[in-house]
Design a protein around this ligand. Structure first.
Ligand SMILES: Cc1ncc(COP(=O)(O)O)c(C=O)c1O
Length: 397
């Protein structure tokens, strides 16, 4: 019999914590059996990709844009991304600062691969995006988490980040606006942290995947806020803002020496993102004002609906997030923790929400509700949540 042997990297991914999706896996199993499950656990926009982008992609397919493309990305897309960065920033951005990847996940994987060896230290504030865990596991990084405390609205605690940084730290990675909390770093926080990291020869990565889904105020990019750019990397993409999650299109913006490394890495691992997708992405970025605004307004209405309903349910509480696609609900007054609440809610009312714990210890008493469901669906789910809590959060028998 053949004895399959695998790399440490694959082993690390294989043994990673499977609990993260336990509640939602169970919800899918119930739905497959025909149960009327409402899914409030997904971060995938429930809008169709806008029709003009589809038309443009079809047209580019029609003229044969189906061949290899440069490892760094197509010139027109790199230019469109650089223009966006330059528009709001005191630092002009050149297409040479941009590398295109098939999705933000891949961009993050590539950046961390180029910056860190196994065992080296990265500092990340939590609650943090669940998707970082398999990446840092696969790269076998020493992850130091920094709490953003719920009693302070999960705001970034820059002093705690600084205190966690040590001689061993090679990279700090933040996410603004944050998935799951919707918190946005202020320009002052970003400038301060960038300078602090630069003085210590530490890279600072900012994942800005929700940069265009903001309600309270406009997003400030790390690249805009930082005084110097040599240690600064920004990651963004079209999955959320343009409802293009399945197109797999993201990018990293960095400076010369790292850009060279990223292009080499992309060349070795991806060998170019499909031409017609990159061209449709460039089109999307140039002509997006109308539909990005429409989606943002829809998310804002959904946020208001959830916050208003949750705040009326005795025992539940939530802040109104400034940005992003999620609302964090504190369930500590009615359940042992977020996980217990989510499990029992699914059993009793067939509503699937994500427990906070996988996002980090600071979110253990929370559950995450998505804005990626229309208002009718959200109202139905909130009726069920209200019924569940008013009934004492009991499981169905
Ligand atoms: C904070 C954050 N970063 C990155 C990603 C990954 O995005 P992509 O679809 O571009 O891989 C997500 C997706 O949910 C996210 O929430």
């Amino acid at each position: 019999m053949y004895n399959p042997r695998f790399s440490k990297q694959s082993q690390a991914l294989h043994s990673a914590d499977a609990d993260v999706w336990a509640v939602s896996d169970r919800a899918h199993a119930l739905a497959n059996k025909g149960e009327d499950v409402i899914f409030l656990c997904v971060g995938d926009p429930n809008f169709d990709t806008p029709e003009p982008i589809l038309d443009f992609a079809r047209a580019r397919l029609g003229v044969g844009r189906t061949h290899y493309s440069p490892a760094a990305g197509e010139a027109m897309l790199r230019r469109a991304i650089a223009d966006i960065e330059s528009k709001v920033s005191p630092h002009p951005c050149s297409p040479d600062d941009v590398v295109v990847f098939p999705g933000g996940t891949n961009a993050i994987y590539a950046v961390l691969s180029c910056l860190l060896n196994p065992g080296e230290q990265i500092v990340i504030p939590e609650p943090m995006y669940i998707g970082y865990v398999p990446i840092t596991d696969a790269l076998q990084l020493d992850v130091r988490k920094v709490a953003c405390r719920p009693e302070k609205g999960f705001e970034f605690d820059i002093e705690s980040i600084k205190q966690t940084i040590s001689e061993e730290t090679r990279v700090v990675m933040i996410n603004t606006p944050v998935n799951p909390t919707g918190v946005m770093a202020t320009p002052e926080q970003l400038r301060d942290l960038a300078a602090y990291c630069r003085e210590r020869d530490i890279w600072l990565i900012s994942d800005e995947m929700y940069s265009m889904i903001t309600f309270a105020r406009r997003h400030t990019s790390l690249r805009t806020a930082a005084e110097h750019l040599d240690n600064v990397i920004v990651i963004d993409g079209l999955s959320k803002s343009h409802a293009m999650s399945g197109w797999r299109l993201g990018w990293a913006v960095a400076q010369g020496p790292l850009v060279e490394r990223l292009i080499e890495f992309a060349g070795a691992t991806i060998f170019g993102v499909p031409q017609f997708i990159q061209e449709a992405a460039a089109f999307a970025l140039e002509f997006d004002t109308y539909f990005v605004k429409q989606m943002r307004e829809a998310y804002e209405k959904r946020r208001d609906l959830i916050v208003e309903r949750i705040q009326r349910i005795p025992g539940l509480s939530c802040e109104s997030p400034d940005a992003g696609m999620f609302v964090m609900v504190d369930v500590s007054a009615v359940a042992a923790n977020g996980e217990a609440f989510a499990e029992a809610l699914l059993d009793a009312e067939l509503v699937s929400v994500l427990p906070g714990k996988p996002f980090g210890p600071s979110a253990v008493n929370h559950v995450r509700l998505t804005l990626a469901a229309d208002e009718a669906e959200l109202s139905r789910a909130l009726d069920r949540i209200e019924h569940f809590v008013l009934g004492g959060c009991r499981k169905a028998v």
